[in-house]
Design a binder for this molecule. Structure first.
Ligand code: NI
Length: 261
């Protein structure tokens, strides 16, 4: 077991955890995962992640509306997100972005809802976590003429090397979870080998995407302790060396509101 780990993208607000949030956090602690950042995908979920962060000292959160829920979004929500970011344990805005894989909302609407939240993140200069799936062709143009937040991260990054290079040039950081451990994820491992370790973060995206060995089961923050072993091999570092770097990365990225443990 390594020292201290952070799951920078989890969904303990998901109904799959409704019975056992406390026990799930306890298992995370036992595995060395001492801090968990839950990420809202809708306004009710954003309110739920705030509540969880107020109830559990280990939990922090991001608030925002996911592209799947773009149809529900309105300007009152934008004002609420602005207000929520002032709270102690709300670290920034997420997850926001574009998802053309599922395509639950029209592209134009997804872009509009994403840009409104991106502009808010830039004006507040708070960290932002992005969900971009099969949509990089519109994502880069969508931000090209807008001010950008300083701290911006592509969550569950599965783009190729060309996209990674472009995002690196624009100052993005990258996070990855269980996908890194899948046998078929050769390209993703190559991409994460290329990305400087100072720009990398680990997540679970739980309850989804459990790592190899746990696939098909509900994922949970404790499993960061599995994924870090794969990342350590990819980066040719020991797990302890890597966990120290990841802690530094998280504190640099999320800033003062993320307490030290
Ligand atoms: Ni997520």
């Amino acid at each position: 077991m390594s020292s201290t780990l952070i799951d920078i993208h989890a969904h303990l607000e998901d109904e799959k955890f409704s019975e056992d949030v406390r026990e799930t956090i306890e298992r995370a602690m036992e595995a060395g995962v001492n801090q968990i950042i839950n990420v809202g995908c809708s306004m009710p979920e954003s309110e739920k992640v705030i509540k969880i962060s107020q109830e559990y000292p280990q939990c922090y959160c991001l608030v925002g509306v996911h592209p799947h829920n773009a149809k529900e979004f309105n300007d009152v929500d934008l004002a609420k997100i602005d207000e929520y970011t002032k709270l102690d344990k709300v670290l920034g805005i997420g997850e926001i972005g574009l998802d053309y894989f599922y395509d639950f909302a029209p592209k134009e609407l997804q872009i509009e809802v994403f840009q409104k939240q991106w502009k808010l993140a830039a004006s507040l200069d708070v960290p932002v976590e992005l969900h971009i799936r099969d949509a990089y062709e519109d994502f880069f143009p969508a931000i090209s003429n807008l001010p950008a937040p300083t701290k911006k991260l592509l969550h569950c990054f599965s783009g190729d090397l060309e996209i990674a290079k472009k995002a690196l040039d624009l100052g993005f950081e990258f996070s990855i979870g269980g996908v890194l451990t899948f046998p078929k994820s050769e390209v993703t491992r190559e991409v994460f080998k290329y990305i400087p370790v100072e720009r990398i973060h680990l997540e679970t995206d739980c309850p989804y995407l459990a790592p190899q060995g746990k696939r098909g089961k509900r994922n949970e923050p404790a499993n960061v302790s599995i994924t870090i072993e794969t990342l350590a091999k990819v980066k040719n570092l020991s797990v302890d060396e890597l966990s120290e770097i990841l802690i530094d990365n998280a504190h640099r990225f999320f800033g003062k509101k993320l307490g030290f443990v």
